[in-house]
Unconditional design. Structure first.
Length: 355
């Protein structure tokens, strides 16, 4: 398989710009292997350079492959070197990424006037969405750690334990394993579970509560994202109905992630299942998002996005129902699109658990 650099340069050959300036740190790492905090890649279809400052010269020379490394030191600036290299590469139309802030764009365009600056929001993201075998291996490892954390935390779920203590235990588990947390863990119980992104509070678990846990690990630069919902003590008939319908929607949506499908149709399927009991009205967010070097990676599964499903993409699938003054639940797995059946990467059981 070609490298990330080769894949991007192949797309550049067909793009409406002469070159692309890659500045987003996650994209820079994906493209070049550079893990420092300050470095840009300036690419034409047939050549390019990697630009950094003197703090990272040796690191860039060791990590960056396929590009000449050029660095600067005070009193020169990054923009001085960019201007010089844009001229050297004979760039007339320069593409830039959507992550560039208006302030930065304004500064660049005011000081570098030898080229036309053209936003290129769709040039690199489709490549990042299709994961390489190495990337998939790293995501699988992060998912395995998330499964292990869920198994560990379930033992804490009993009356009298606070949401806050559960959140701390999740973070400690990942830190102790040498990983980071992909995002602040969501721990939401009772009426708090009606908040899709409810943060841990001092509320203590009580019998009859829904308890939603949503967390992920960051391991070797890649992420996992898992959600499970439990009931403390016996579940009520209404809780059982809601859980069964969300689980049915989640399983069906996972199975629908096949090559040639469209993300908005997959979400519509989940909503159709929820609507059997008039529950889609309580599902207010999208069905899922891309997963990779960013926990919310490129791509969305939602009714407002025309999202082709392709082999190698990794998606979260996370339908939920959230009812004010009652509570809510969500079930989420991480899924790889394959030539055949989707591969589920998160394996903690998702049948209703009454604890």
């Amino acid at each position: 398989m070609s490298t990330s650099l080769e894949r991007l340069q192949s797309r550049l050959a067909l793009a409406p710009v002469d070159a692309l300036l890659v500045t987003d740190p996650k994209n820079v790492t994906w493209l070049t292997g550079f893990t420092g905090s300050y470095g840009y890649a300036l690419l034409r279809a047939d050549r390019g350079v990697f630009i950094t400052d003197s703090r990272y010269t040796l690191q860039a020379q060791a990590e960056v492959t396929g590009l000449e490394v050029i660095s600067f030191a005070s009193p020169r600036s990054m923009i001085d070197l960019m201007d010089e290299q844009i001229a050297a590469l004979k760039v007339e139309k320069l593409g830039f990424e959507p992550s560039v802030t208006y302030q930065t764009w304004e500064s660049w365009t005011r000081k570098i006037t030898s080229c036309e600056w053209v936003a290129q929001p769709d040039l690199l993201p489709p490549l990042r969405m299709v994961k390489t075998p190495e990337e998939l291996s790293k995501i699988r490892a992060a998912c395995q750690l998330a499964d292990q954390c869920m198994e560990h935390i379930v033992g804490m779920l009993q009356p009298g334990v606070s949401e806050y203590d559960i959140g701390l235990a999740i973070e400690f588990f990942f830190r102790r394993a040498g990983a980071g947390i992909a995002f602040d863990p969501i721990v939401a119980s009772g009426l708090n579970s009606a908040k899709p992104h409810g943060r841990a509070s001092e509320k203590k678990l009580v019998r009859g509560d829904f308890v939603t846990l949503d967390f992920g690990a960051t391991l070797d630069g890649y992420n996992s994202d898992i959600t499970r919902t439990f009931v403390i003590g016996p579940a009520s008939d209404r809780q059982k109905l809601l859980y069964a319908r969300v689980l049915e929607a989640q399983v069906a949506a996972v199975d629908a992630l096949r090559p040639g499908a469209n993300g908005r149709d997959v979400e519509a399927l989940a909503r159709k299942i929820l609507d059997q009991d008039d529950l889609a009205q309580y599902f207010g967010h999208g069905l899922g998002h891309g997963l990779g070097a960013d926990v919310h990676d490129y791509g969305r599964l939602t009714s407002t996005v025309d999202q082709p499903i392709e082999v190698g993409q990794v998606w979260t699938v996370e339908p939920g129902v959230y009812i004010n003054d009652f509570g809510g639940l969500r079930i989420e797995d991480d899924v790889v699109v394959t030539e055949g059946e989707p591969e589920i990467l998160t394996h903690f059981p998702k049948n209703l658990m009454e604890l």
